[in-house]
Unconditional design. Sequence first.
Length: 55
Amino acid sequence: MKELTLNEQYQLTGGSAVATIIIYVLLGAGIYKIIKSKSGRISIPKIVSIEWKSN
């Protein structure tokens, strides 16, 4: 039986380093927006909706 390379394993599980980096960048941008703004809304329809307002 042939052993799979690391790249082939990523293809089987559907994950890759690029997808992970993109997710981290999007999460970081959302957290940065929340920290830097006094009020706002982040929404991904049908998944998550976050609103905030500072006094």
